[in-house]
Ligand binder design. Structure first.
Ligand code: IPM
Ligand code: MG
Length: 357
């Protein structure tokens, strides 16, 4: 029987509640599909700071590196906002991405028919949207040197560096080209080449690669225009390739096409080694511990883990079907609540998903 070691990182805020739901569902589908999952929970983010003073303990990173796949819920809490940057929860997540060399972040945005009314955009604009944001995750301005805060000319100055090497662009572009080839064959690379040298290099590298992918139609778009096009006509996009910062911003925007960021999963992958699977949403400290969270993005992240990380696509499809079934039955957590639907909390949503399975 196939055996997979999964490290669970519940993290902060609503993390533990949605992790509990995902774990139960994973146990069910693994039994049904004849493979074994062993789970190991590790601390990260604020909960790790509370336990050990570090947002990413060395033991957590090591366990993740040794796993077959890692499922992370969410990190972050306003309690730590005043700590120095290296002690904040977000630094733990960035350290995990860097430490596992997860340079490719895939964020699929697909409209669920039952939720078409939950979007702030008109149904005719979002109907049929099915796009994939491919975000570079271990470079760009998030990690560029030099950075910091200094005294200069009698006042304080803060700075970061947006930088990409040709090989960093090439490896993420290759992921996006390969995905476009498997999907509808369209790749839109997003940059700010009209202003930034780093973006011109990005665009040049993508252009250099394009002839090798004759079956993929390549276009380039400035990030400001892309932000507008995402809400004007999101159906024009298939694969959106972009850098770390632009991808952070555009993926939140794209998430809202679906009505709630509480629906969006993601996968972060390297060239080898285990992947990291996590919802796009954060730790939602305002509703933490109140049984109000939407566990769907976490469950869909678990599905991505099964399909991409553990090659258990039949089990993944079961989880995705359970989500569709429960939504079609009219159950909604608060973030998606609409007229005529039935409001439920996180654990009741979990029970409904089990039922649907
Ligand atoms: C995301 C988040 C993270 C990021 C934060 C929590 C560091 O916003 O995964 O999109 O900026 O990458
Ligand atoms: Mg973000």
């Amino acid at each position: 029987m196939a055996q997979h070691r999964v490290v669970l990182l519940p993290g902060d805020g609503i993390g533990p509640e949605i992790t509990a739901v995902a774990r139960q569902l994973l146990e069910m589908v693994s039994e049904r599909h004849g493979f074994q999952l062993s789970f190991e929970e590790q601390p990260i983010g604020g909960s790790a700071i509370d336990a050990s003073g570090e947002p990413l303990p060395a033991s957590t990173l090591e366990a993740c590196r040794q796993a077959d796949a890692v499922l992370l819920a969410a990190i972050g809490s306003p309690r730590f906002d005043s700590l120095p940057r290296e002690k904040r929860p977000e630094t733990g997540l960035l350290g995990l991405r860097a430490g596992m060399q997860l340079f490719a972040n895939l964020r699929p945005v697909k409209i669920v028919p039952a939720l078409i009314g939950a979007s702030s955009l008109r149904p005719e604009v979002i109907e049929g949207v099915d796009l994939m944001v491919v975000r570079e995750l271990t470079g760009g301005i998030y990690f560029g040197q030099p950075k910091g805060r200094i005294e200069a000319d009698g006042e304080e100055r803060g700075f970061n560096t947006m930088t990409y090497s040709a090989s960093e662009v090439d490896r993420i572009a290759r992921v996006a080209f390969d995905l476009a080839r498997e999907r509808r064959g369209r790749l839109c690379s997003v940059d700010k080449a009209n202003v930034l040298d780093v973006s011109q290099l990005w665009r040049d590298r993508v252009e250099t690669m394009a002839p090798g992918y004759g079956d993929v139609e390549v276009s380039h778009m400035y990030v400001d225009n892309a932000a507008m096009q995402l809400v004007r006509d999101p159906r024009q996009f298939d694969v959106l390739l972009t850098g770390n910062l632009f991808g952070d911003i555009l993926s939140d925007e794209a998430a809202m096409l679906t009505g709630s960021i509480g629906m969006l999963p993601s996968a972060s992958l390297g060239s080898d080694g285990p992947g990291l699977f996590e919802p796009v949403h954060g730790s939602a400290p305002d509703i933490a511990g109140q049984d109000k969270a939407n566990p769907m993005a976490m469950v869909l992240s678990a599905a991505m883990m099964l399909r991409i990380g553990l090659k258990q696509s039949a089990a993944a499809a079961d989880l995705e079907r359970a989500v569709d079934t429960v939504l079609a039955s009219g159950l909604r957590t608060g973030d998606l609540m609409a007229e005529g639907c039935t409001p439920v909390g996180c654990s009741a949503m979990g029970r409904a998903l089990i039922e649907a399975l």
